[in-house]
Design a protein around this ligand. Structure first.
Ligand SMILES: [Fe+2]
Length: 306
């Protein structure tokens, strides 16, 4: 499949362009406002990870650094940062708070402060939680299994210590995925926005949580896009119709293609990302047993706004 970059308008007044992910009406997929937003959004890629990395001289991010991270999140869906000396859990939480992330979503495997410490753990891995293994994590958004009204809208990932080898991440902005599917066939986007397109049965969830049926693409009351997705087929029931199947195949093709729309990176000590729950994966890795990979993760019901 060829994803064609739409022709850029010869004369574009930046002042007239809808900004970021709060532009009203763009998800209609129609009109001049949509076309301008689409062209602007697509034109930013490819991008170099270094260009999206905000240096933090210490744990307390200054106003300029916070503004740069907000701007990256608005234009690309995520921002990277590199903090001299690293961050403790409480400092990571404070960084999120200063970016407007207040409603932390914890889970039974998280630490007492609500932040998950992702490292190989035979106990947690034995319960079927792949983040706590050294295996690859396929493309997903965080918390895709959560109920319709409580989506995870942002996450922080902070590298305390990388693996001896492997453990790379790839990222893709859901808005880019939405645009490329819309441009291919609007019926694909409509199929993935159906409220009953993805069902996660109770057996695929933590004990005590029931079956959840949710859309892949959800539009919030504020006009923002939330995406739920997992490439795992285990414990997912997709709506059984031809258009849904075609939409999922198109999305898989998009994620698998070595295209300008994906960003690949490997977080080093002190580096991290804040993301409006963009699509991401993680490659398998090999640990040095004396110094295993440790990544801190926090998830929020809020998103980073410009
Ligand atoms: Fe994740």
């Amino acid at each position: 499949m060829a994803y064609i970059l739409p022709a850029m308008k010869a004369m574009v007044n930046p002042q007239s362009l809808p900004q970021g992910d709060t532009a009203p009406g763009v998800y209609s997929g129609q009109g001049a406002g949509y076309a301008q937003w689409r062209d602007q959004r697509l034109s930013r890629w490819p991008v170099d990870p270094a260009a999206l990395t905000v240096p933090l001289p210490g744990p307390d991010a200054g106003a300029d650094a916070l503004a740069a991270m907000r701007d990256n999140c608005d234009r690309f869906g995520f921002s990277l940062y590199a903090c001299d000396g690293g961050l403790e859990s409480a400092q990571l939480h404070e960084l999120g708070r200063r970016l407007g992330l207040r409603r932390l979503v914890t889970n039974p495997l998280a630490e007492d402060d609500g932040i998950s410490r992702l490292t190989v753990s035979s106990g947690k891995a034995g319960r079927g939680f792949i983040p706590y293994t050294d295996r690859r994590l396929r493309w997903h958004t965080d918390g895709y299994y959560r109920p319709h009204g409580e989506p995870i809208q942002a996450f922080l990932l902070h590298c305390v210590r990388p693996a001896a080898s492997g453990g790379e991440n790839q990222l893709m902005d859901p808005q880019i995925a939405w645009i490329l599917l819309q441009e291919r066939d609007p019926a694909l986007v409509r199929a993935l926005a159906a409220p009953d397109v993805m069902t996660i049965p109770a057996r695929g969830r933590l004990a005590g949580q029931g079956t959840v049926t949710v859309p892949v693409f959800q539009y919030t009351a504020g006009g923002q896009l939330v995406m739920r997705y997992t490439r795992r087929s285990h414990n997912i029931q997709w709506k059984a119709d031809a258009t849904t199947r075609r939409a999922l195949e198109a999305l898989e093709e998009l994620l698998d293609a070595d295209s300008r729309w994906r960003l690949r990176l490997r977080l080093l000590p002190g580096q991290g990302m804040v993301a409006n729950n963009v699509l991401h994966d993680r490659s398998a890795f090999q640990d040095d047993p004396a110094a295993p990979r440790v990544v801190l993760r926090a998830r929020y019901l809020d998103r980073v706004k410009a």
